[in-house]
Design a protein around this ligand. Sequence first.
Ligand code: P6P
Length: 344
Amino acid sequence: MKINPYQPDQSGMAYSVGTTLDRFIKLKQSDFPFASGELSQLLRDIALAAKIVNRETNRAGLANIGGAFGQTNIQGEEQQKLDVIANIRFIRALSKGGEVCAIVSEEEDSVIDLQNGSGKYVVAIDPLDGSSNIDVNISIGTIFSIYRRKTPVGSPIQLEDIMQPGSEQVAAGYVLYGSSTMLVYTTGFGVNGFTYEASLGEFFLSHPDIQAPKDGKIYSINEGSELEWSQEIKEYILSCKQQGYSARYIGSLVADFHRNLLKGGIYLYPATVKNPSGKLRLLYEANALALIAEQAGAQATDGNQRILDIQPESLHQRTPLIIGSSRMVQEASTKIKSSTLQKS
Ligand code: P6P
């Protein structure tokens, strides 16, 4: 009987497409010389909650959990039933997981202190972004940032544990509940995307080492707000049209960001009359996507500075966001800065 030697994947990578998320996390844990597994466990806890929210999202229309919840959150935005469900699911998973000491959530007015004397990590999360799209079956997403607490483990949570600039993130990611459900995250060593196979209940590596194109021909902005834009934003968007770029904007940040990350493009939510500081929140939307963008070779600014350099001053602080292919973000930011300088 001839026994043929098994020929493993010759890609040379320690992991290949098809690796499960759990195995990938374990393989990559060695990136952290002093890792003792807590961050790995925290990532697994987030993935578990994502699987549950994915199930709820997919059956929303059938299980009468679509539509409005009948209350508004601190943002004054009407909460959708799935917003509330997703918030509960992620908080429960992070609390039971035991690695987290505090949570900042878009759906919570104040910081959630988990009273966890051994929790090393703080999580900032938008449990379900773009939720107004739920009822019309458009992709929605979860966005999360992970920080290490600054004050001693076991001591009372302090403001300095929460108000950390995005550059202090130890990990960040998003879940895209779309035609397929994906989990994309970074721990500072590149960006990797995993696609969920519901029949197996597993995320599998499908997009290893994501690199954003340096340039693109897609711009994403809500053109309905044009009359509220600054002159420099108007000039930049006009230049996109003059260069024949395509407009792609579905009103769901994670979906618009993910498309531009893979295909090349720029997403802009600038300051407007209605939102003078921009609409998107720094702690649980912009920071996470900014870290992923930079880890994938893209860029993210507020028009004047790196998103990751912004020192937060309030929990639900908003920021203008210009994020995507590096050449496009540089061009837009240069226009804005040069125009701002001319005015000053
Ligand atoms: P507008 C959804 O509410 C969200 O936070 C992002 O997902 C999306 O990109 C943006 O707001 C859409 O806002 O003002 O264009 O409807």
